[in-house]
Design a protein around this ligand. Structure first.
Ligand SMILES: CC(C)(COP(=O)(O)OP(=O)(O)OC[C@H]1O[C@@H](n2cnc3c(N)ncnc32)[C@H](O)[C@@H]1OP(=O)(O)O)[C@@H](O)C(=O)NCCC(=O)NCCS
Length: 135
């Protein structure tokens, strides 16, 4: 199913990803690439791409434990396209994909994004534990 938002951006689930385009999006959104993403997607529950023509303007990955937990990861909207509702539609599409298929959808985010972005999408802040394994 392809959803179009009226602004010429299409939201597509589980489409084959052009990894060069995804890397460019990650560099633009996060300031760095995320190497090995083909292996990441091989284990994903789903992912949603926002396309304007051939341009990848947004992306979100949904990881899965194989049971009842889903995890939103790497939500990205190209800086030239932010604050136009693309992120909201990406996450809303991901939520709809998970609904009915498990029990919990998790996300880690800054307090600013938690209260300004995710909360509006129905994700409530919760205590969570986290350890940086690279240190
Ligand atoms: C976070 C991100 C995905 C949001 O995408 P976006 O397309 O700009 O989001 P939307 O336009 O759908 O925003 C919807 C609402 O969320 C809120 N919001 C969006 N970005 C926000 C921010 N940086 N801080 C606080 N609130 C924000 C606003 O209320 C916004 O509505 P408004 O524009 O009418 O005020 C995008 O800014 C991004 O890729 N950032 C860099 C990577 C990142 O931090 N990803 C999140 C990982 S948890």
């Amino acid at each position: 199913l392809v959803v179009e938002d009226g602004g010429g951006v299409h939201y597509l689930k589980r489409i084959p990803i052009d990894f060069a385009k995804l890397e460019s999006l990650f560099v633009a959104s996060w300031g760095r690439p995320k190497p090995g993403y083909d292996a990441v997607l091989a284990r994903s529950f789903t992912w949603v791409a926002a396309l304007h023509g051939d341009d990848l303007v947004g992306f979100v990955n949904v990881a899965w434990d194989g049971g009842v937990h889903f995890f939103l990861l790497d939500a990205s909207v190209h800086p030239a396209w932010t604050r136009q509702g693309i992120g909201r539609r990406l996450i809303a599409t991901a939520i709809e994909e998970c609904r009915g298929r498990g029990e919990w959808l998790h996300v880690d985010a800054s307090e600013e994004l938690m209260s300004g972005f995710y909360r509006r999408l129905g994700l409530k802040p919760s205590p969570a534990g986290l350890i940086d394994l690279t240190r």
